[in-house]
Design a protein around this ligand. Structure first.
Ligand SMILES: Cc1cc2nc3c(=O)[nH]c(=O)nc-3n(C[C@H](O)[C@H](O)[C@H](O)COP(=O)(O)OP(=O)(O)OC[C@H]3O[C@@H](n4cnc5c(N)ncnc54)[C@H](O)[C@@H]3O)c2cc1C
Length: 448
């Protein structure tokens, strides 16, 4: 019996489901999937990070007597070829994404595929309410997981030490250029190991509850990208913080379960990937110019422009800013959340379909346990509250560097300074808020 161990978004050797469940002779592989990569820009930083992470995994596997064969192809071609070479089955972790599900079904036509839970703590299909239906609201969902969340640790999976690598040409690794990408400089947090990030974060976790909303402070863990690619498992994060057994760690662990919740929702309600979870029929604003100005950070609202330009430059955006720009796009500009979701998917280093869709539908008040439709973030109040001195805004918009930060928190305050080149707001905040609420009310009534 020889098994193919297909690494995808589980790029580590500790607490790894396939290394735990594999037996005897194995061929660990990673495929740079042409179907996915061909739609990405050549300078996509995520691919540089992924590429480096795959090489690191190869070294880690070598350290335990195994290796990694790396392919650049369509997965179907790879498995057809491996079947001819006599492999019996494929072991991989479950990927709940819609593309991944379809891809895996295709592969199953070629070779038996055994899937194991790895990227999430909870198997959504195994957890339902007493009435047999899925949870739709976070708090009862979280409370229902008390068996897990109150335990002091979750047993990590042990690698089967008896594995042997099959003879194979392991040296044919394609270069980053050969897979069509240019090497990018990685931000500091992506140069670090996942556990180093947790060690850094542990030093400031006592302030997390309060500071995590102040987007000019680096107060959060920055672990989302490592988590998305499986350089650390959610269980390892859970166990790391449970060991401290304090209130701050518990608060942080609860955040990790938002990720579990959004994955759970997408698995049970797959239609919510492309339509409103609450099934409201909305007539969105189709004005392309409004959307483009939002994408480029040219709306004339300093907090929105700074957040979007920062995203475009770095691939990162603070959680509070994600909520604020999502509310602005969907409520003030009344543009469909799906356009914002797609834009984030292209730009975010930590892009993960379920959390992104969940976050966007939350902001647009169309999702599970979403923000109520009458809650429209006022971007000026948000900047006044969380960036009073304009530290973040000034760091991104140099033309506003010398300006009194108070002007950032007043509609058209920044553009009122005639010596500075900054546009007027493309939208009236209070009027657009009222209109959005009316449109939501109407849609709700029509839905009854
Ligand atoms: C519109 C919108 C889009 C988003 N898109 C994504 C995305 O594509 N990928 C992604 O990982 N997160 C997404 N989030 C959630 C959140 O913004 C990021 O997880 C967080 O900013 C990552 O930074 P961190 O690791 O320092 O977070 P921390 O505050 O340190 O949180 C630790 C971890 O908890 C989880 N988490 C925290 N808050 C949330 C949340 N609201 N939803 C889901 N998980 C959460 C994440 O795994 C995060 O890494 C989105 C939120 C919104 C409002």
């Amino acid at each position: 019996m020889s098994q193919i161990l297909w690494f995808r978004r589980d790029l580590r050797i500790s607490d790894n489901a396939i290394l735990c469940n594999a037996k005897e002779k194995v061929l660990p592989i990673f495929i740079f999937d042409k179907n996915i990569l061909q739609s990405l820009p050549k300078d996509d930083t995520r691919v540089t990070f992924l590429y480096k992470s795959v090489l690191k995994l190869k070294n880690q596997l070598k350290s335990i007597g195994l290796d990694l064969a790396i392919f650049y192809d369509e997965p179907l071609n790879v498995f057809k070829d491996l079947k001819q070479k006599g492999f019996d089955e494929v072991l991989c972790s479950v990927d709940f994404d819609s593309y991944a599900k379809k891809r895996d079904e295709q592969i199953e036509q070629v070779l038996p595929l055994r899937r194991f839970l790895d990227s999430f703590i909870l198997n959504p299909n195994e957890h339902l309410k007493k009435d047999g239906t899925p949870y739709k609201v976070f708090t009862p969902f979280y409370k229902s997981l008390k068996m897990i969340t109150s335990s002091s640790s979750i047993e990590a999976l042990k690698t089967n030490e008896k594995l042997e690598k099959v003879a194979f040409d392991y040296e044919k690794t394609p270069s980053l250029e050969q897979i069509g990408f240019e090497a990018q400089n990685l931000p500091d947090f992506l140069k670090k190991d996942a556990f180093d990030l947790l060690d850094d974060f542990k030093k400031k976790i006592h302030n997390y509850k309060v500071d995590r909303d102040f987007f000019h402070i680096n107060a959060t863990s920055n672990i989302s990208t490592h988590l998305r690619f499986g350089l650390i498992s959610p269980k390892q994060i859970f166990n790391y913080f449970k060991a401290f057994n304090d209130e701050n760690s518990e608060f942080f662990i609860r955040e990790i379960f938002w990720r579990e919740f959004y994955n759970y929702i997408l698995v049970h309600y797959p239609y919510s990937q492309t339509s409103n979870f609450n099934k409201l029929e909305m007539t969105w604003n189709e004005n392309e110019d409004d959307f483009q100005k939002w994408c480029e950070g040219k709306t004339g609202v300093p907090i929105i422009d700074a957040a979007m330009i920062h995203l475009n430059n770095t691939g990162t955006m603070h959680n509070r800013l994600r909520m604020v720009v999502a509310s602005f796009l969907t409520k003030n500009l009344f543009v469909d959340w799906k356009k914002g979701e797609k834009y984030f998917a292209l730009k975010l280093l930590d892009y993960e379909a379920s959390s992104n869709i969940g976050g966007w539908q939350w902001g647009a008040s169309t999702g599970a346990d979403a923000s109520p439709y009458f809650r429209v973030f006022n971007p000026y109040i948000q900047s006044k509250k969380f960036d009073k001195d304009g530290i973040f805004i000034k760091s991104v918009l140099p033309q506003l560097k010398e300006m009194d930060a108070k002007l950032f928190h007043i509609e058209n305050g920044a553009s009122s300074n005639l010596f500075v080149d900054y546009p007027k707001s493309i939208v009236d905040i209070s009027q657009s808020r009222k209109q959005a609420i009316e449109k939501f009310k109407r849609a709700k009534n029509e839905n009854i």
